[in-house]
Design a protein around this ligand. Structure first.
Ligand code: PLP
Length: 393
């Protein structure tokens, strides 16, 4: 039976419980790895080239070439993690100690961590209640004369509305570095994420839309910025052993790059599966008035890294109870993010943190929860998730 035929056949809730209880928790995200990745890794091991001292081994170069083509950017520079990508891009943009970077507080802490690592100050902007992304309007509130970079985060895989943000940045001479750690394959007005801002940073952590184990990528159309990131990933070397700026060891290993090449070629299929799963969840769950479904506004392309409904009007306790009920049914529903970054102990106490009121950020932290939407989900599991949410609510 094909996947779709199975999806629409009649399976009772009890059938689904029986099937699901025989297996482990349905994970919130899961890498899709096959024999092609195994073969690619074996080939690297046989070649004996596990890394190259400039970080430019044959697999890294091939992965960079294909990734740049995929996003429509002139350059792609592979690094060791998404955090390394953000840190390198900020250093390449010339962040100085008093410079401020506007970021959302509704994000994974690494967005802010990279700013602090680069020596900058975080300035938190609020989010839109429908998209959970920063907007031109929320960014404007967070701007000061010290703002050097705006760093929108394409949260859950939905691209922020970039055109007004780019217009604002250009009018003030501010650089835009996008945190697209969750947004491989997302887009805005026909433009692929990775070719919009001055630089875009991706993560390949397992469970992301594509993985290399650990890894990251900076894409840009700016020749000088690309060259700076290449130097930063290799100790600041301009040429072998000739250090002309601050740098790190941010090389992507050859094994990771070989996995990345295979994963990138599979990415369009992964994205199709994610979209199909998101459409199914939206159709079946939107009958529940208590839930606000994730949105994909006209012109913005979602990459469906996470499927995140909002429990309307709820406080954190009520939302957490719903999540606990789903977890008791072996569904790894999760909350991203229970605490906004500005309330995490380190950032709360940091003198350099700047923020205005962030009411939508704090409300989202109390009300959102994420459900599995990844390509590994079976039709029975999707149906089980829907039935479980309906019962738990
Ligand atoms: C929004 C965001 N930014 C940055 C990162 C950091 O990426 P990495 O874990 O590859 O360092 C992540 C990873 O989960 C993320 O979700």
């Amino acid at each position: 039976m094909t996947r779709n035929a199975f999806r629409f056949s009649v399976i009772t809730y009890e059938d689904c419980v029986a099937m699901t209880s025989m297996r482990d928790m349905i994970p919130i995200n899961q890498p899709s790895l096959g024999k092609e990745e195994v073969e690619a890794v074996v080939e690297v091991l046989k070649s004996g080239i596990l890394s190259e001292k400039s970080g430019r081994g044959p697999n890294v170069l091939q992965f960079e070439k294909e990734f740049a083509k995929f996003v429509g950017a002139k350059h792609a520079v592979a690094v060791s993690s998404g955090t390394a990508a953000l840190h390198s891009a900020l250093l390449a943009a010339g962040i100085q100690p008093e410079d401020e970077v506007v970021i959302p507080s509704f994000t994974f802490s690494a967005t802010a961590g990279a700013v602090v690592l680069a020596g900058g100050r975080t300035s938190f902007a609020d989010i839109d209640a429908d998209t959970y992304c920063v907007t031109r309007e929320t960014i404007e509130v967070a701007l000061t004369r010290r703002t050097k970079v705006i760093m929108p985060v394409h949260i859950y895989g939905l691209c922020a509305d970039m055109n007004p943000i780019m217009d604002l940045a250009r009018s003030r001479g501010i650089a835009v570095i996008e945190d697209a750690a969750q947004a491989h394959g997302a887009g805005c007005n026909g433009q692929q994420v990775g070719s919009i801002g001055d630089a875009t940073c991706f993560s390949f952590y397992p469970g992301k839309n594509m993985t290399t184990g650990e890894g990251g990528m900076v894409t840009t159309n700016d020749d000088d910025l690309a060259e700076q990131v290449r130097m930063i990933r290799t100790h600041g070397e301009e040429r072998p052993y000739w250090v002309s700026r601050q740098g790190h060891n941010y090389h992507m290993p050859e094994i990771s790059a070989a996995i990345g090449i295979v994963q990138l070629r599979k990415l369009p299929t992964f994205l199709q599966e994610r979209r199909k799963n998101a459409e199914y969840l939206t159709e079946k769950l939107s009958v529940l008035g208590k839930l606000m479904m994730p949105k994909e506004p006209a012109g913005l392309k979602h990459a469906w890294y996470l499927f995140t409904p909002r429990l309307r009007g709820a406080n954190a306790g009520k939302r957490n109870k719903l999540v606990e009920k789903l977890r008791a049914r072996n569904i790894a529903a999760s909350v991203y993010y229970e605490s906004p970054v500005h309330m995490l102990p380190f950032y709360r106490d940091l003198q350099s943190t700047r923020r205005s009121a962030l009411p939508e950020t704090e409300r989202a932290c109390r009300q959102v929860f994420s459900l599995p939407v990844h390509p590994q989900l079976k039709p029975t599991e999707l149906q089980y998730i829907v039935d479980s949410v309906k019962r738990a609510i």
